[in-house]
Structures are given as C-alpha cells and as structure tokens.
Design a protein around this ligand. Structure first.
Ligand code: ADQ
Length: 457
C-alpha cells in the first residue's frame, strides 16, 4: 500500500490534547498510521500575514501539516463561498444562497494556495484523499501543476438536483474541477443520481458503466460510500457512561416522564425550528402527552460569523419560549433547549435515556446522530428513532419511523406512535438497524473508499 495523504479544511492533530477528536478524525488517523501518511489543511487560525511554510508536527509515521489563512481569505473562502454559497445551495436553500464573484475568487485562491503548499510535500506513489465542499477545485489545481498521483474526493454533504446546481453562476467550472479526481464518492444513491443527471444533461458527458463516467475530457469513477459510525466504540462508551454522575442523575428522574432528544450543530439544514413546531403540534393534537414528555434539544452554535446562523439562534429561542409559555406547568417544561456541547460520554447517556431520537433535518448528507442514537440504545428496552426522509441515513435505517419534516402532523403522529410502540416492535426495528450499523461502520466506509481508489488504475 502507498502512503496516504489526507487533505481537509481542518486538521485534527492527534497530539493536540485540546482537539476534540471526533469519530471521523480517529478513523482517518488510523488509516494514516497504517502505511504512514500526511494530513494537510488549515490550522483554524487567521493571521495578518500568513507564513510561507506549513507548520509541521510529526507523530510516529504521521505528519500533520497546517497553514494559517489571512483574514480576507478566511472571510471569502470559508464564511463566504463555502458556507454562504455552497452549503445552502447543496442543502436546497436557494433562498439563503449568496452569490458573490469576490467570494468565489477567494475560494479559488485558497484552493490554489493549498495546492502550492502541498505540492513540495508529495511523494511519487502517494494516494491523495480530499474531503468535502471546501476543496472541490483542489484536485484540478494539483493536476495543473503536474500531479499524476491517484486522487479521490468524498463529498460529505448532499449533491443537489441539477436544477438547483445550475443556479450557481460558476457551476460548470466547479463540476469540471470535480472531474479532475480519479474517484468521487457520495453519501447516497440519490446524490449519485443527481450527479449523473448533471453529467449527462448539463455537461454532455457519458455514463460508461462499472461506476465510470466520461466528462470534461476525463474518465473517472463515481461511487456511493455511506459514512458509518464506530458502532462498537459507541456501545462501549454507553456501557461505561452508565457509571457517570450524569447518567445516575438521569436514572433518578420520575419514571412516568419520557424524553425526546434532538442533537445537532445549530444549523438551518437540521430543521430544528420545524422540529419545535412539530412538537407543538404533538401537544396540540395529543393532549395526553402534556406533562409527560419533554423535548431535550442540544444545539451548540456553529459558524456564528455567518449572519444566517445568528438569526436561527434567535428564532429557536423565541420558538421555545412561545411553546413553553403556552404549555408549561409548575412541574413541567415542554422544551429544554441547551445551546452547548456535551462530551461524548454524556451524549450517549442522553441518547440511551431518551424514548425517542428525533432527527428531522430538511436535508442532510448522512446524519451521524441518527446512527449514534440507535447504537446507544439498551437492546432489552430500545427507544424509537424518528428520522427525516431527507437525511442520507434514511436509506440505510429504513426501520426507523420515516417522516417528512415539513409535514408537522405526520411528525407528531410518528412521535406518538413511537411513544406508544410495544416493546416487541421496538426491538424488531432496533435489531434491523443495528445489523446495518454493525455491517457498515466508519472503518468499512474508509476502507471501501481507499480500496476503490487504489483499484482505479
Ligand atoms: P454535520 O453536519 O456536522 O456533518 P452530523 O453527521 O449530524 O453532522 O454530526 C456530526 C457529529 O457531531 C456527530 O458525531 C455528533 O455526535 C456530533 N455532534 C453533533 N451535535 C453535537 C453536540 N451538540 N454536542 C456534541 N457533539 C455533537 C457533515 C454532514 C453530515 C454527515 C457528516 C459526516 O453535514 O450530513 O453525516 O458530515 O459525513
């Protein structure tokens, strides 16, 4: 096997104790360690005058190389084109998509900068794996400088329908640059279909079978790799967490009260406002649940420099205030909205102690919370997952109660069905989902992608 080079917007250095090593970071670090590797990306810092050389940290056979960005680059590339153009567009929010030539040019500049800094660090036999929408043009930039190594790209977010994609003024050059990779991976068949549609009907390309397409003068492989979780690690964490102070506190709460849990980064794509409204509908349509169920919503702020993200926090606070004002009683609050992060250990305890996992994004590439909720359940008395049909995870977790998050009545009905679901049905649905989560883990996702990339030529 060749040396692996991972390139992503942010880098998680394994020696940085402060970095919250999420599942994905650990999975990538494992792959890097296997045959030695390099992880390149932005340090997370913006400075007045970025230094010319990447900062390098070595841990065993893995090197982490990071660069700082200027404030202007950061504003245009990250807050601008990545998070105010591509993110909303790829999540079907044309109404929130801000098109700006200047931001697009900043996005391209940072991709060119990344390419120029990585180039001297590359070795002839490297396998290069680029992650996510921040770095779509990077492959083409590297090819332009003569890089011939195998290069793969994985899109963590949805690929939008052609009609949405073509609203982007620079759609053609963006998709042309995506075709510079040898392998492009998507989360679901739906994303792949949307991509095929663009290639055939907009780019004049061809699907030539065996996961291959021809477009923009190149032949490449395109494939679906649904990202998974580290299922066994979640199960272990759940068992360990039962000893934590928080878990003990949770178990002491009155047994006639149930929790419904929502866990998200604060983002409009996650449908949290609509979730609150569906919960309000539950309390309107099913008065028997008043005083009996609480929606525990955990949503720490993210991307707070982007105006739309500030706004959603205010909207959520107002919505929770309105519902609590309308229904709360001296001994019960309908919505407990916590705008902070939790450790993984506490998170899995909360999952396990909640009767319903309410995961209702309006669009989501995959949604790992849905998978984590299922893995954290008690096999003898599992909770019920209510899952949006617009989350990539709905393709695999089809034994969940699948809902349309825009239809509040149907979400309220599904919650009520979940709260009253007999034990046998809960176990059956849970077992079917666990089988999938055991078969397709984060590790198999990574290995399948790398195997497919290594088989390209
Ligand atoms: P995200 O949009 O960030 O990721 P998601 O998959 O839901 O979304 O969650 C990522 C991780 O963050 C999960 O492991 C979750 O436990 C953790 N997390 C979320 N909220 C948290 C909180 N309040 N406190 C602590 N931890 C929290 C993008 C795409 C997704 C895709 C992933 C992976 O948008 O569609 O599933 O990448 O490819």
């Amino acid at each position: 096997m060749n040396r692996l080079v991972v390139i992503s917007n942010r880098v998680t250095v394994s020696t940085d104790k402060k970095a919250r090593a999420g599942g994905l970071a650990v999975a990538l670090q494992d792959a890097l360690r296997e045959n030695g590797g390099l992880w390149f990306g932005w340090s997370g810092k913006t400075v007045q005058k970025p230094s010319c050389q990447p900062a390098m940290v070595t841990d065993g056979n893995v090197t982490y190389a990071t660069i700082n960005l200027s404030r202007k680059n950061f504003a245009e590339y990250y807050n601008g084109f990545a998070n105010r153009t591509l993110w909303p567009l790829f999540h079907y929010r044309l109404d929130l998509t801000a098109f700006s030539k200047q931001n697009y040019s900043g996005y391209q500049q940072v991709n060119t900068l990344f390419a120029s800094k990585i180039l001297p660090l590359l070795e002839d036999d490297d396998t290069i794996w680029v992650h996510d929408y921040h770095l779509i043009p990077l492959g083409e930039e590297l090819r332009r400088t003569g890089v011939t190594q195998r290069m793969g790209f994985f899109l963590h977010i949805p690929f939008p329908a052609m009609e949405i994609m073509t609203a982007l003024p620079s759609h053609r050059s963006l998709i042309r640059s995506l075709c510079a990779y040898d392998l492009v991976g998507f989360q679901t068949e739906n994303d792949l279909r949307a991509f095929f549609d663009y290639i055939v009907h907009e780019a004049g390309g061809k699907i030539i079978g065996n996961h291959r397409i021809q477009a923009f003068g190149r032949t490449l492989k395109v494939q679906v790799f649904p990202i998974g979780i580290n299922t066994e690690a979640i199960i272990r964490e759940t068992l360990n967490s039962s000893r934590s102070k928080m878990a003990r506190g949770l178990m002491d709460r009155p047994s006639d009260k149930d929790w419904i849990i929502g866990v998200d980064r604060l983002d409009y794509s996650k449908g949290i406002v609509e979730r609150f409204q569906a919960f309000e509908r539950l309390l309107e349509n099913y008065p028997a649940y008043r005083g009996r169920v609480t929606l525990l919503q955990i949503a720490p702020p993210s991307r707070s420099e982007v105006p739309e993200y500030k706004e959603i926090q205010h909207t959520l606070e107002a919505e929770a205030g309105h519902i609590n004002g309308r229904f709360a009683d001296y001994d019960w609050v309908p919505i407990n909205y916590l705008s902070k992060s939790f450790t993984r250990q506490n998170l899995v305890s909360l999952y396990r102690n909640s009767r319903i996992g309410l995961v209702t994004p309006l669009r989501d590439g995959m949604n790992l919370v849905a998978k984590e909720y299922v893995a954290a359940q008690n096999p003898h008395d599992p909770g019920v997952l209510v899952l949006s049909r617009f989350a990539g995870a709905a393709r695999e977790l089809d034994s969940a109660l699948i809902v349309n998050p825009f239809d509040f009545d149907s979400v309220a009905d599904a919650i009520a069905k979940g709260l009253d679901m007999p034990m046998e049905e809960r176990r059956e649905r849970w077992s079917a989902m666990m089988e999938t989560l055991r078969a397709n883990t984060l590790g198999t996702w990574r290995d399948d992608f790398l195997k497919s990339l290594n088989d390209v030529r």
